[in-house]
Design a protein around this ligand. Structure first.
Ligand code: HT7
Ligand code: ZN
Length: 890
């Protein structure tokens, strides 16, 4: 396998100005005629033209209409005898491919008898020979021809300029994209689809046609996606002055898709999971995800499409920035500051449970990686979520208005080109010359080049006589593969102080500074640094890293009393939630350490329980926030805090803590359920979804408590709720409560759920995922999963279904997966190999389930290593899986 290195980048030897593609669509043999005009790039030394190709049958190559010599080299079509000079020349290439055999879902493939494409990152080469790299931008004209009855809808990027009937029941459509684009943004769709459409007039007075295409039968699930799209258009124009630059913007849903969605210019292709929703089939979380993914893809139209990446090492240029934009979009749509904070907490939870472990494991890489074997393996939480945090820190350092100015300068400088992460950071800094970002730019950019999660160790001293309070910080960053030592980062630390006794937010007076507020941004640049606050009249508790102002771990030896003070009083909702999580973590870690391998009995934890009761019963905190505070840190997050991971021990302690919360707060949960379960007509807004989330958590705890007491009332109520609910959120929460508490009523409820929704693919995914992710009591989950593999609704070729069963078990259910008998790992290795033969991208994601095997306690560690070695021993592994497994074993 070849290693691709960022340092080896060279500009292309040729430019492709225009591309005219003509497709004769046929599932078994699609013909592709590719007519291009090219010219030599005068800025680089003359070289042969190398065109990428993969799984194509080449029939003809003509240069300026005449046959030419060519050779094949490592899958590339190499043309050496091309016209000299800088004049454009015509190149015509005729190939065929077999979409129906394309199980990788990259390039042109068939799903439910329709044609779809996926070209990012390197799928276009599976459609035709091309310079498949993002810095080659061309004008595309596309003609599609297909059987009219089977494929009545023919779509591609841009504007429809011609269409009509052909002989033999076939028809055609020609699309011209007015914008130059890299080939990874090319798309076509052909099939039996219906669409919801809406005309909108944008701020500038231009009219646009918005369309959402789905399979017939799914029209009643398209309203929310359309509304999300309209909101996205309005938001990007209002917040960043970025208008829709197309007459027509289309979204098409397919149920076979490797990722969430794809931002092809004017023709976004989506996984159905992120389009289809109505109250009967989708949960509040689904509704929220759809809004944010529709926003994300739409926002790519500027950050990604108008300005794209010079090479794939710059992937976070578009992904980190666009995640940041979709996070801001969701926050700006929130009705109040509390809902904004809830969204921020949810985003940080994803970062800490998925990205922090990645940054500490064998796949750790910088936000701008230096090398890769398979680019598909680098669509990671580091590129996306950590990348978004890096952009967020820039905004913190230049302010919201300053950041908007930075965006404006970025577009003024680079619109229509393919650029680097450096170009983006430079634009934001140059637009804010007096900012801390501008002054610290070279050091700030270490966030792009150094992998690993920095740790910020804090200590404090209070001088009660001088009324000064000093916080000392020391930063460090662990070694990561290929990076032994790290230079200090620029860390924006948002700080506050809370009176330990009064609970009041203390005014912050920093020596030598005139402004006094109750929050202060301390920009740390050295390995160790201090800050002193003056006129501190009472002993404070530090509120460090408010709003999670940097993607770091804060080590401060908080006492329980300090955490309780923050939980009760911190005006920063993020740190208020964080205090509750720290309290729970302290308890979990104490019991995990106290008796490795022994009983899971835990002590009283009265203070914690009372604090949780106070939050639950709090008169003004909102329901969504309470739900987050009362949810214990995940097993994965707890594991990430430990040097050695005993997954069974972690599971047992966390379950014991859940049972304790369930029984000790039984009456409070009853109250919470009653107070939050009537919500009137269903609306997926943040307020009512927060109420449903809290009612769902309450029901979960009530059924869990019933398990210990033997009481049948709450399981009975949950079953009733499950049957009567008028929306999927309440119905699924009730089902979840029965399944997770292991109550006998779970069996009929699951059967009923299946029969109600057997024709709803996305709901069946939930049904599979719930069973595979269920709390293990005595090892029943793996046999159930194996049984479900044989279910008539299971299909390993469909990524959503594979994820719902296999991934939910291997990657999202540590208590069931890490078995002392190694059977979970055997299951994992079998399915990595099976999937690799079908869809390497999906297989490589599954392969990552054992990333952290070196931290496992015995007997898990050896068993996991053996499973990895079994996979590694397979001779014809894909590059995708080989890269993940080799890094894990290195
Ligand atoms: N930019 C899109 C990436 C994507 C993708 C990458 C590899 C293989 C399949 C894929 N589907 C979509 C998604 C996004 O970030 O918006
Ligand atoms: Zn994206």
């Amino acid at each position: 396998a070849t290693v691709v290195r960022r340092a080896d980048y060279t500009a292309p030897a040729f430019w492709i100005d225009t591309v005219h593609l003509c497709f004769d669509l046929d599932p078994a043999k699609t013909r592709v005629l590719n007519k291009m005009t090219l010219r030599r790039n005068p800025d680089v030394p003359a070289a042969a033209l190398r065109l990428d190709g993969d799984d194509l049958n080449l029939a003809r190559v003509l240069v300026n209409g005449a046959g030419t010599s060519f050779k094949m080299d490592s899958g590339q079509l190499v043309l050496e005898n091309l016209p000299e000079g800088n004049e454009p020349f015509a190149l015509e290439i005729f190939t065929t491919c077999a979409p129906v055999k394309n199980t990788k879902l990259m390039g042109l493939y068939v799903s439910n008898e329709s044609f779809f494409t996926q070209c990012e990152a390197e799928g276009f080469r599976r459609i035709t020979y091309f310079m498949d790299r993002p810095d080659v931008m061309a004008s595309f004209t596309v003609t599609l021809r297909a059987d009219k009855e089977k494929y009545p809808v023919l779509l591609s990027n841009g504007n429809l300029t011609d269409s009509g009937d052909l002989d033999d029941g076939r028809h055609f459509a020609t699309w011209i994209d007015p914008h130059k684009k890299p080939c990874y943004l090319f798309a076509l769709v052909a099939g039996k689809l219906v669409c919801r459409e809406q005309h909108i007039i944008s701020r500038s007075g231009k009219e646009h046609l918005l369309q959402v295409y789905v399979r017939p039968g799914d029209m009643d699930k398209t309203e929310h996606a359309m509304q999300s799209l309209i909101k996205s258009v309005i938001w990007d124009e209002a917040r960043f002055g970025l208008p829709l630059d197309l007459e027509r913007f289309m979204i098409v849903a397919t149920s076979d898709f490797n990722m969430g969605a794809m931002e092809n210019k004017g023709l976004n292709i989506f996984n159905t999971k992120y389009v289809l929703a109505n109250q009967a089939t989708a949960t509040d979380v689904d509704f929220a995800n759809i809004e944010s993914v529709v926003g994300h893809e739409y926002f790519h139209n500027w950050t990604g499409n108008r300005i794209t990446c010079r090479d794939w090492f710059q992937l976070s240029l578009k992904e980190g920035l666009t995640v940041f934009r979709d996070q801001e979009f969701s926050m700006d749509l929130c009705a109040d500051p509390s809902a904004r904070a809830v969204k921020r907490i949810e985003d940080v939870r994803v970062l800490r449970t998925a990205q922090f472990p990645e940054d500490a494991g064998p796949m750790a890489h910088p936000v701008r990686p230096d090398s890769y074997i398979e680019i598909n393996n680098f669509y990671t939480v580091t590129i996306y979520e950590k990348g978004a945090e890096v952009v967020r820190m820039m905004q913190t350092l230049v302010g919201r208005a300053g950041f908007a100015k930075g965006m404006t300068l970025y577009f003024a400088r680079h619109d229509g080109s393919a650029v680097t992460c450096d170009d983006f950071a430079q634009a934001v800094a140059d637009a804010n010359p007096d900012s801390a970002l501008a002054k610290l730019l070279p050091q700030f950019k270490r966030w792009y080049s150094q992998a690993g999660t920095p740790r910020l160790a804090a200590t404090a001293t209070y001088d009660a006589e001088a009324h000064t309070y000093t916080l000392n910080f020391a930063q460090s960053c662990p070694a990561t593969p290929g990076q032994e030592s790290k230079e200090p980062f620029v860390i924006p630390v948002s700080l506050g102080l809370i009176g330990a006794a009064s609970g009041a937010a203390l005014p912050l007076q920093v020596h030598g500074q005139s402004n006094v507020g109750d929050s202060h941004l301390f920009v740390m640049t050295q390995a160790s640094e201090s800050i002193t606050f003056e006129k501190v009249l009472e002993e404070p508790v530090p509120s460090i890293l408010r709003g999670f102002s940097a993607p770091v771990v804060v080590d401060y030896a908080y006492t329980d009393a300090q955490l309780l003070a923050l939980l009760a009083n911190d005006p920063d909702p993020f740190n208020r939630w964080e205090a509750g999580q720290r309290l729970a973590l302290l308890i979990a870690i104490k019991y995990i350490a106290s008796d490795a391998g022994g009983s899971s009995a835990i002590g009283q934890n009265d203070t914690y329980i009372s604090a949780m009761r106070a939050v639950l019963r709090h008169p003004t905190l909102d329901a969504a926030f309470k739900e987050l505070v009362l949810t214990l840190p995940s097993e994965t997050y707890i594991a990430d805090q430990l040097e050695v991971i005993d997954p069974q021990r972690i599971h047992a302690v966390r379950e014991a803590m859940r049972e304790q919360l369930a029984t000790a707060l039984f009456e409070d949960w009853q109250w919470a359920y009653a107070a939050h379960s009537q919500n009137g007509a269903y609306q997926p807004d943040t307020l009512s979804s927060g109420r449903r989330a809290l009612a769902g958590l309450a029901l979960n705890y009530l059924c869990l408590a019933a398990r210990s007491s033997g009481d049948a009332i709450w399981p009975g109520k949950a079953y009733q709720r499950f049957k009567d609910a008028d929306n999927m959120t309440d119905r699924f929460n009730a089902l979840n409560a029965l399944v997770q508490s292991g109550h006998a009523l779970a069996t009929p409820a699951l059967a009923r759920f299946h029969s109600l929704f057997q024709f709803e693919e996305l709901v069946l995914d939930k049904w599979f995922a719930l069973q595979a992710g269920c709390t293990d009591r005595g090892g029943q989950v793996l046999p159930a999963v194996r049984q479900l593999l044989k279910h008539p609704n299971f299909n390993i070729r469909n990524p959503n279904r594979a994820r719902s069963l296999i991934f939910s078990y291997c990657s999202a259910n540590p208590g069931a997966f890490h078995r002392a008998d190694a059977a979970g790992y055997v299951f994992w290795s079998e399915h990595v190999l099976e999937l690799d033969a079908i869809n390497p991208q999906v297989a490589a994601r599954l392969a990552r389930a054992l990333d952290r095997w070196k931290k496992l306690a015995e007997p898990y560690r050896h068993a996991a290593q053996a499973a990895l070695q079994r996979v590694a021993a397979k001779a014809d592994l894909s590059n995708d899986v080989r890269e993940v497994i080799s890094r894990a074993l290195a």
